[in-house]
Design a binder for this molecule. Structure first.
Ligand code: ADP
Ligand code: UDP
Length: 237
Protein backbone atom coordinates (compact mmCIF):
# COMPACT_ATOMS: atom_id res chain seq x y z
CA UNK A 1 0.00 0.00 0.00
CA UNK A 2 1.55 3.31 -1.21
CA UNK A 3 1.52 6.53 0.83
CA UNK A 4 -0.41 9.32 -0.86
CA UNK A 5 -0.57 12.90 0.33
CA UNK A 6 -0.45 13.74 4.02
CA UNK A 7 -3.98 14.53 5.18
CA UNK A 8 -3.03 15.61 8.69
CA UNK A 9 0.11 15.99 10.76
CA UNK A 10 -0.44 15.85 14.50
CA UNK A 11 1.92 15.92 17.45
CA UNK A 12 2.88 12.24 17.31
CA UNK A 13 1.60 10.90 14.00
CA UNK A 14 1.00 11.72 10.33
CA UNK A 15 -2.09 10.44 8.51
CA UNK A 16 -1.52 9.64 4.81
CA UNK A 17 -4.05 8.98 2.06
CA UNK A 18 -3.82 5.64 0.23
CA UNK A 19 -5.13 4.55 -3.16
CA UNK A 20 -8.18 3.18 -1.31
CA UNK A 21 -10.40 6.08 -0.13
CA UNK A 22 -11.61 4.03 2.86
CA UNK A 23 -8.10 3.42 4.24
CA UNK A 24 -5.31 5.65 5.59
CA UNK A 25 -1.76 5.05 6.77
CA UNK A 26 -0.93 6.12 10.31
CA UNK A 27 2.78 6.99 10.50
CA UNK A 28 4.25 7.10 14.01
CA UNK A 29 6.86 9.81 14.61
CA UNK A 30 9.61 10.05 17.21
CA UNK A 31 8.30 13.51 18.16
CA UNK A 32 7.02 13.85 21.71
CA UNK A 33 5.02 16.62 23.33
CA UNK A 34 3.60 17.12 26.79
CA UNK A 35 1.42 19.64 28.60
CA UNK A 36 -0.60 20.28 25.43
CA UNK A 37 2.47 20.95 23.30
CA UNK A 38 4.34 23.26 25.70
CA UNK A 39 7.15 20.72 26.19
CA UNK A 40 8.55 19.36 22.92
CA UNK A 41 11.22 16.77 22.19
CA UNK A 42 12.23 13.70 20.25
CA UNK A 43 12.40 10.17 21.61
CA UNK A 44 14.57 8.16 19.22
CA UNK A 45 12.86 4.83 18.47
CA UNK A 46 9.45 5.86 19.84
CA UNK A 47 7.77 5.65 16.42
CA UNK A 48 8.97 2.10 15.88
CA UNK A 49 8.13 1.04 19.44
CA UNK A 50 4.64 2.58 19.41
CA UNK A 51 3.82 1.06 15.99
CA UNK A 52 4.74 -2.42 17.24
CA UNK A 53 2.98 -1.97 20.59
CA UNK A 54 -0.17 -0.41 19.15
CA UNK A 55 -0.44 -3.06 16.41
CA UNK A 56 -0.10 -5.88 18.92
CA UNK A 57 -2.67 -4.37 21.32
CA UNK A 58 -5.20 -3.66 18.54
CA UNK A 59 -4.82 -7.28 17.38
CA UNK A 60 -5.42 -8.45 20.95
CA UNK A 61 -8.55 -6.29 21.22
CA UNK A 62 -9.89 -7.46 17.83
CA UNK A 63 -9.40 -11.09 18.96
CA UNK A 64 -11.49 -10.22 22.01
CA UNK A 65 -14.35 -8.80 19.96
CA UNK A 66 -13.57 -5.05 20.06
CA UNK A 67 -14.23 -3.40 16.67
CA UNK A 68 -11.17 -1.28 15.75
CA UNK A 69 -9.75 0.67 12.81
CA UNK A 70 -6.70 -1.63 12.63
CA UNK A 71 -5.99 -3.49 9.38
CA UNK A 72 -2.27 -4.35 9.64
CA UNK A 73 1.22 -3.09 10.39
CA UNK A 74 2.84 -2.30 7.04
CA UNK A 75 6.33 -1.19 8.08
CA UNK A 76 8.36 -0.55 11.23
CA UNK A 77 6.56 2.76 11.77
CA UNK A 78 3.39 2.62 9.67
CA UNK A 79 0.00 1.07 10.36
CA UNK A 80 -2.76 0.65 7.75
CA UNK A 81 -6.13 1.58 9.27
CA UNK A 82 -9.71 2.30 8.26
CA UNK A 83 -10.27 6.00 7.70
CA UNK A 84 -12.71 7.19 10.34
CA UNK A 85 -14.26 10.50 11.32
CA UNK A 86 -12.90 10.95 14.81
CA UNK A 87 -15.50 11.64 17.52
CA UNK A 88 -13.94 14.64 19.31
CA UNK A 89 -14.14 13.03 22.74
CA UNK A 90 -11.14 11.50 24.50
CA UNK A 91 -12.21 8.77 26.90
CA UNK A 92 -9.83 8.26 29.82
CA UNK A 93 -10.12 5.13 31.97
CA UNK A 94 -8.43 5.22 35.38
CA UNK A 95 -7.65 2.32 37.70
CA UNK A 96 -5.14 4.11 39.97
CA UNK A 97 -4.93 7.83 40.86
CA UNK A 98 -2.25 9.94 39.18
CA UNK A 99 -1.80 12.86 36.77
CA UNK A 100 -4.57 15.40 36.27
CA UNK A 101 -6.96 13.52 38.58
CA UNK A 102 -4.68 14.10 41.58
CA UNK A 103 -4.34 17.80 40.74
CA UNK A 104 -8.05 18.32 40.12
CA UNK A 105 -9.34 16.54 43.23
CA UNK A 106 -6.34 17.04 45.57
CA UNK A 107 -5.72 13.34 46.16
CA UNK A 108 -2.44 11.49 46.47
CA UNK A 109 -0.94 9.40 43.71
CA UNK A 110 -1.39 5.63 43.83
CA UNK A 111 -4.93 5.19 45.22
CA UNK A 112 -6.34 1.97 43.74
CA UNK A 113 -9.98 2.54 42.83
CA UNK A 114 -12.57 -0.14 43.74
CA UNK A 115 -14.00 0.25 40.24
CA UNK A 116 -12.56 2.08 37.25
CA UNK A 117 -13.40 5.72 36.48
CA UNK A 118 -14.32 6.73 32.92
CA UNK A 119 -13.85 10.40 32.06
CA UNK A 120 -14.62 12.30 28.86
CA UNK A 121 -12.56 15.22 27.58
CA UNK A 122 -13.40 17.46 24.62
CA UNK A 123 -10.67 16.82 22.00
CA UNK A 124 -9.79 20.43 21.31
CA UNK A 125 -6.16 21.57 21.70
CA UNK A 126 -7.11 25.28 21.51
CA UNK A 127 -9.32 24.82 24.59
CA UNK A 128 -6.82 22.54 26.35
CA UNK A 129 -9.07 19.42 26.11
CA UNK A 130 -11.59 20.38 28.85
CA UNK A 131 -13.32 17.70 30.96
CA UNK A 132 -16.97 17.19 29.92
CA UNK A 133 -19.92 15.33 31.34
CA UNK A 134 -22.53 13.37 29.38
CA UNK A 135 -24.94 16.32 29.30
CA UNK A 136 -22.31 18.55 27.64
CA UNK A 137 -21.62 15.89 25.01
CA UNK A 138 -25.32 15.44 24.24
CA UNK A 139 -26.26 19.15 24.38
CA UNK A 140 -23.34 20.15 22.15
CA UNK A 141 -24.26 17.25 19.82
CA UNK A 142 -20.73 15.81 19.92
CA UNK A 143 -22.15 12.28 20.13
CA UNK A 144 -25.59 10.67 20.41
CA UNK A 145 -26.70 9.02 23.65
CA UNK A 146 -26.36 5.48 22.26
CA UNK A 147 -22.91 6.26 20.80
CA UNK A 148 -21.72 7.68 24.12
CA UNK A 149 -22.98 4.77 26.21
CA UNK A 150 -21.50 2.36 23.63
CA UNK A 151 -18.06 4.03 23.76
CA UNK A 152 -18.05 3.99 27.57
CA UNK A 153 -19.07 0.33 27.69
CA UNK A 154 -16.35 -0.60 25.17
CA UNK A 155 -13.80 1.47 27.11
CA UNK A 156 -14.53 -0.60 30.24
CA UNK A 157 -14.31 -3.86 28.29
CA UNK A 158 -10.95 -2.72 26.84
CA UNK A 159 -9.79 -1.95 30.38
CA UNK A 160 -10.56 -5.52 31.48
CA UNK A 161 -8.72 -7.03 28.48
CA UNK A 162 -5.67 -4.77 28.81
CA UNK A 163 -5.45 -5.14 32.62
CA UNK A 164 -5.19 -8.92 32.25
CA UNK A 165 -2.62 -8.59 29.46
CA UNK A 166 -0.41 -6.07 31.28
CA UNK A 167 -0.66 -8.11 34.48
CA UNK A 168 0.77 -11.06 32.55
CA UNK A 169 3.90 -9.05 31.68
CA UNK A 170 4.41 -7.68 35.21
CA UNK A 171 2.87 -4.26 34.66
CA UNK A 172 -0.05 -2.42 36.27
CA UNK A 173 -2.33 -0.53 33.88
CA UNK A 174 -2.82 2.75 35.75
CA UNK A 175 -4.82 4.77 33.21
CA UNK A 176 -5.17 5.28 29.46
CA UNK A 177 -6.85 7.39 26.78
CA UNK A 178 -8.97 6.15 23.88
CA UNK A 179 -10.35 7.77 20.74
CA UNK A 180 -13.20 6.44 18.65
CA UNK A 181 -14.27 7.21 15.09
CA UNK A 182 -17.29 6.82 12.85
CA UNK A 183 -16.89 4.36 9.97
CA UNK A 184 -19.91 3.66 7.78
CA UNK A 185 -22.69 3.05 10.32
CA UNK A 186 -20.41 1.91 13.14
CA UNK A 187 -18.14 3.30 15.80
CA UNK A 188 -14.62 1.85 15.84
CA UNK A 189 -11.79 2.20 18.31
CA UNK A 190 -9.19 4.38 16.52
CA UNK A 191 -5.90 6.22 17.10
CA UNK A 192 -3.26 4.33 19.14
CA UNK A 193 -2.66 2.50 22.40
CA UNK A 194 0.95 2.89 23.51
CA UNK A 195 3.13 4.21 26.32
CA UNK A 196 2.24 7.69 24.95
CA UNK A 197 -1.42 7.17 25.80
CA UNK A 198 -1.26 4.82 28.82
CA UNK A 199 0.33 4.98 32.23
CA UNK A 200 2.12 1.74 33.01
CA UNK A 201 3.81 0.99 36.34
CA UNK A 202 6.04 -2.01 36.94
CA UNK A 203 4.50 -4.34 39.50
CA UNK A 204 6.33 -4.35 42.81
CA UNK A 205 8.57 -1.35 42.14
CA UNK A 206 6.02 1.12 40.61
CA UNK A 207 8.76 2.14 38.13
CA UNK A 208 7.12 4.30 35.44
CA UNK A 209 7.24 2.66 32.02
CA UNK A 210 5.47 5.31 29.92
CA UNK A 211 5.55 8.89 28.66
CA UNK A 212 5.75 10.23 32.24
CA UNK A 213 9.51 9.53 31.95
CA UNK A 214 9.56 12.29 29.30
CA UNK A 215 6.93 14.54 30.94
CA UNK A 216 8.71 14.46 34.32
CA UNK A 217 12.34 14.24 33.07
CA UNK A 218 12.85 10.88 34.81
CA UNK A 219 15.60 9.74 32.41
CA UNK A 220 15.95 6.43 30.51
CA UNK A 221 13.19 7.59 28.15
CA UNK A 222 14.37 5.85 24.94
CA UNK A 223 15.33 2.64 26.72
CA UNK A 224 11.95 2.49 28.46
CA UNK A 225 10.04 2.63 25.14
CA UNK A 226 12.31 -0.14 23.83
CA UNK A 227 11.81 -2.13 27.06
CA UNK A 228 8.03 -1.85 26.69
CA UNK A 229 8.23 -2.85 23.03
CA UNK A 230 10.21 -5.92 24.05
CA UNK A 231 7.94 -6.80 26.99
CA UNK A 232 4.76 -6.42 24.91
CA UNK A 233 5.82 -7.72 21.49
CA UNK A 234 8.91 -9.82 22.20
CA UNK A 235 12.36 -9.81 20.64
CA UNK A 236 12.85 -8.30 17.15
CA UNK A 237 13.00 -10.96 14.42
P1 ADP B 1 -2.94 15.07 17.73
O1 ADP B 1 -3.99 15.43 16.72
O2 ADP B 1 -3.53 14.97 19.11
O3 ADP B 1 -1.70 15.88 17.65
P2 ADP B 1 -1.61 12.68 16.57
O4 ADP B 1 -0.29 13.29 16.29
O5 ADP B 1 -1.65 11.35 17.21
O6 ADP B 1 -2.59 13.54 17.47
O7 ADP B 1 -2.36 12.64 15.17
C1 ADP B 1 -3.14 11.61 14.71
C2 ADP B 1 -4.51 12.16 14.39
O8 ADP B 1 -5.21 11.21 13.58
C3 ADP B 1 -5.35 12.38 15.64
O9 ADP B 1 -6.01 13.64 15.53
C4 ADP B 1 -6.36 11.24 15.61
O10 ADP B 1 -7.59 11.61 16.18
C5 ADP B 1 -6.50 10.96 14.13
N1 ADP B 1 -6.83 9.57 13.80
C6 ADP B 1 -6.53 8.45 14.50
N2 ADP B 1 -6.98 7.34 13.89
C7 ADP B 1 -7.59 7.75 12.76
C8 ADP B 1 -8.26 7.07 11.68
N3 ADP B 1 -8.40 5.76 11.67
N4 ADP B 1 -8.77 7.82 10.67
C9 ADP B 1 -8.64 9.17 10.68
N5 ADP B 1 -8.02 9.87 11.66
C10 ADP B 1 -7.48 9.18 12.68
N1 UDP C 1 -3.70 11.15 27.77
C1 UDP C 1 -3.40 11.13 26.41
N2 UDP C 1 -3.58 12.27 25.69
C2 UDP C 1 -4.07 13.41 26.24
C3 UDP C 1 -4.35 13.43 27.62
C4 UDP C 1 -4.16 12.27 28.35
O1 UDP C 1 -2.98 10.12 25.89
O2 UDP C 1 -4.23 14.42 25.51
C5 UDP C 1 -3.52 9.93 28.58
C6 UDP C 1 -2.31 10.01 29.52
O3 UDP C 1 -1.16 9.47 28.92
C7 UDP C 1 -2.77 9.17 30.68
C8 UDP C 1 -4.29 9.34 30.72
O4 UDP C 1 -4.65 9.78 29.41
O5 UDP C 1 -2.49 7.81 30.44
C9 UDP C 1 -4.79 10.31 31.76
O6 UDP C 1 -4.10 11.53 31.61
P1 UDP C 1 -4.28 12.76 32.61
O7 UDP C 1 -5.65 13.32 32.47
O8 UDP C 1 -3.85 12.40 33.97
O9 UDP C 1 -3.33 13.76 31.92
P2 UDP C 1 -2.08 14.65 32.28
O10 UDP C 1 -2.67 16.01 32.31
O11 UDP C 1 -1.50 14.19 33.56
O12 UDP C 1 -1.22 14.37 31.07
Amino acid sequence: MQKGKALYEGKAKIIYETDDPTLVIQHFKDDATAFNGIKKGKIVGKGVANTAISSMLFELLEKNGIPTHFIRKISDDDMLVKKVRIVPVELVVRNISTGSLCKRYGVKEGLVFKSPIVECYFKNDALNDPLMNDDHILALEIAKADELSGMKQIALKINEILKVFFDSIGVNLVDFKLEFGRYQDRILLADEISPDTCRLWEKGTNRKLDKDRFRQDLGDVESTYEEMRRRIVGEKK
